[in-house]
Design a protein. Sequence first.
Length: 383
Amino acid sequence: MPWPGAAGTLFLMTDERTPVERTLAELGATSPEAIAARFAEVRARFDAETARLAPCDLAAWTAVRNAWLGRASGVITAIGDNWLKPATPEQKRVVGKSLNGLKAHVERTLEELRARAEAAGDAGPAAAGGSDLSLPGVRRALGTRHPIRQTREELERIFRSIGFSVVEGPEIETPYYNFEALNIPEHHPARDTMDTFYLSLPKGSPELLLRTHTSPMQIHTMERQQPPVRIVVPGRVYRRDNPDSTHSFAFHQIEGLAVDTDITFCEFKGTVEYFVREFLGPKTRTRLRPSYFPFTEPSAEVDASCFACDGRGCRICKHAGWIELFGAGMVDPAVYGFVNYDAKRLSGFAFGIGVERMAMMRYGISDIQLFYQNDVRFLRQFE
Ligand code: PHE
């Protein structure tokens, strides 16, 4: 039988039996002192083995218990068979007493270890060495969609519901798509390096920049397809703005473009009003204010009646009763010239909505920087 814990130990002995497999006579332990010494050895061995047990390793605990208390071949049984039974009547008193003492010590120690493991929260069926399948699994905390993502998806949903499809475009653009084809000529102030991020490229390579708006996708789309066009383009845009509570060097827009043979200012206004009511509630009123963009004519700023005071005037709308939402207008016929569309036959409208701005209004957020800091205390409010 194995001598518990003896694995790996090399005994240079001709008799390979462990001490508890031999009789006391064979071991030469006949005096009470010699017998006590043998018991002390066994006990020290047990203490060393249990001291090595990891607190929650129930498989190892079970192995130790079986090796020492196993009915058929445990150490305690072996001592009873080999030391006690063959002993002389005088020896029996000493051996019997020592064996009882050893057995009590082994049982008590193993029981204490089991209780300790249980207190550490790992007992029950697992004590048998398996897993407790009735315990709940390890739950991985699910994140939430960022409020910008949620707002973008809501905007997409609204425009999808009236026949727009969603397309995306590159964030790196040529000046042609970002400016020229949108009727923003070479000398226009928006092209200043102060306003735009240009990529630093080897001398002689064509200029590239980070798009300052999603409008370049108007051009890409009209180059690729013939009317009717009804698209929205969500995506990230870049400007050389210093960060403050309403500015960020990177933010998001959703561009809209509708071009067909029979689109009038009525379709433009109807679409804008539908969007505003869907996004801000059915009672919201819409106002178009004259504005200017090189690629729309006429151009407008779309305002909504203040969601906080319903137009009566309050601090949020700075007592105007109206809040500016986004820029829009009828596509300037000059733009059709860049994409080989027939300006005499076609007409359309476009808009560019700031996603952060919409999210700030909807959730009452006063600082745009909160969206980018990714503080979970902020983000968890949008679960
Ligand atoms: N591209 C414009 C901007 O970023 C917004 C806009 C888009 C205005 C489409 C009119 C039509 O300010």
